[in-house]
Design a binder for this molecule. Structure first.
Ligand code: 13P
Length: 259
């Protein structure tokens, strides 16, 4: 039996979907459908322009608001970027950082991810750090090496105390938006590796406490078996989080009695 006490987190990443009214309606439906007895954390990450509307829709609930990215600079001539204090002002307490779409499409390196994690922490924003290997990296046996490099890069120069609230999301790139979920065993293996690597960086207590979410085609139909794995502490959900009924089922997954 595990001795840790990790509070599960179910997070919805709405990516570049919805306009503000749709986002507010979806947030309101999710808020309404939450079991008041639910103990774990629920997080929504709308597009920047929808943050205010979703924040208002979530008023009075314990749903966490997150941005999908954050700039590392505080202010200035950075056209198109949104600073940590601006996302805080919009109601965010968390920021997703290093999503594979940012890495792949917007060419973010581990060094950039590191700057963003540092900026978030400095501003009291909880980073939800995304890592994960591509299909080619998995097939050539480099999965663990890639995860190790991404973790070492993201947390470089950050102390265990500074990083104490960070959340990590393992999202194998080949499972994102493809309908190809990692098997529970594949995900568990990677999560265990992530925890081991974090133990090397910050020590056992830190690694035992950190939440490691799984992301990549999480659905109402597969969340239970994923969440039954001992090192899977939550889910980062894309497509399925855009449908209130489906996402509510993911949020209210059937937990194994003891994790
Ligand atoms: P899907 O759930 O659509 O595969 O997306 C996962 C994801 O990228 C969440 O950040």
């Amino acid at each position: 039996m595990a001795s840790h006490n990790r509070i599960p987190m179910i997070a919805g990443n709405w990516k570049m979907h919805l306009v503000s009214k749709e986002a507010a309606d979806l947030a309101a439906a999710i808020k309404k459908g939450l079991d008041p007895a639910l103990k774990h954390e629920v997080l929504l990450a709308p597009t920047f322009t929808n943050l205010h509307a979703v924040h208002a829709a979530l008023a009075g609930s314990r749903v966490i608001l997150s941005s999908q990215d954050v700039a590392w600079e505080e202010k200035g001539a950075f056209t198109g970027a949104v600073s940590p204090s601006q996302v805080k002002d919009a109601g965010c307490t968390h920021a997703i950082i290093g999503h594979s779409e940012r890495r792949k499409i917007f060419l973010e390196t581990d060094a950039v991810v590191n700057l963003k994690v540092k900026a978030a922490i400095k501003n009291g924003i909880v980073p939800v750090l995304c890592i994960g290997e591509t299909l080619e990296e998995r097939e050539s046996g480099r999965t663990f090496k890639v995860l190790e490099t991404q973790l070492n890069g993201a947390f470089a120069g950050i102390t265990a105390a500074e990083a104490s609230k960070a959340v990590i999301a393992y999202e194998p790139v080949w499972a994102i938006g493809t309908g190809k979920t990692a098997t529970p065993a594949q995900a568990q293996e990677a999560h265990l590796f992530v925890r081991g690597q974090m133990e090397k960086i910050y020590g056992k207590a830190w690694a035992e406490a950190v939440r490691v979410l799984y992301g990549g085609s999480v659905k109402a139909e597969n969340v239970d078996e994923l969440m039954a794995q001992p090192d899977i502490d939550g889910a980062l959900v894309g497509g399925e989080s855009l449908k209130a009924d489906k996402f509510l089922r993911v949020i209210h997954y059937q937990a194994a009695p003891v994790k």
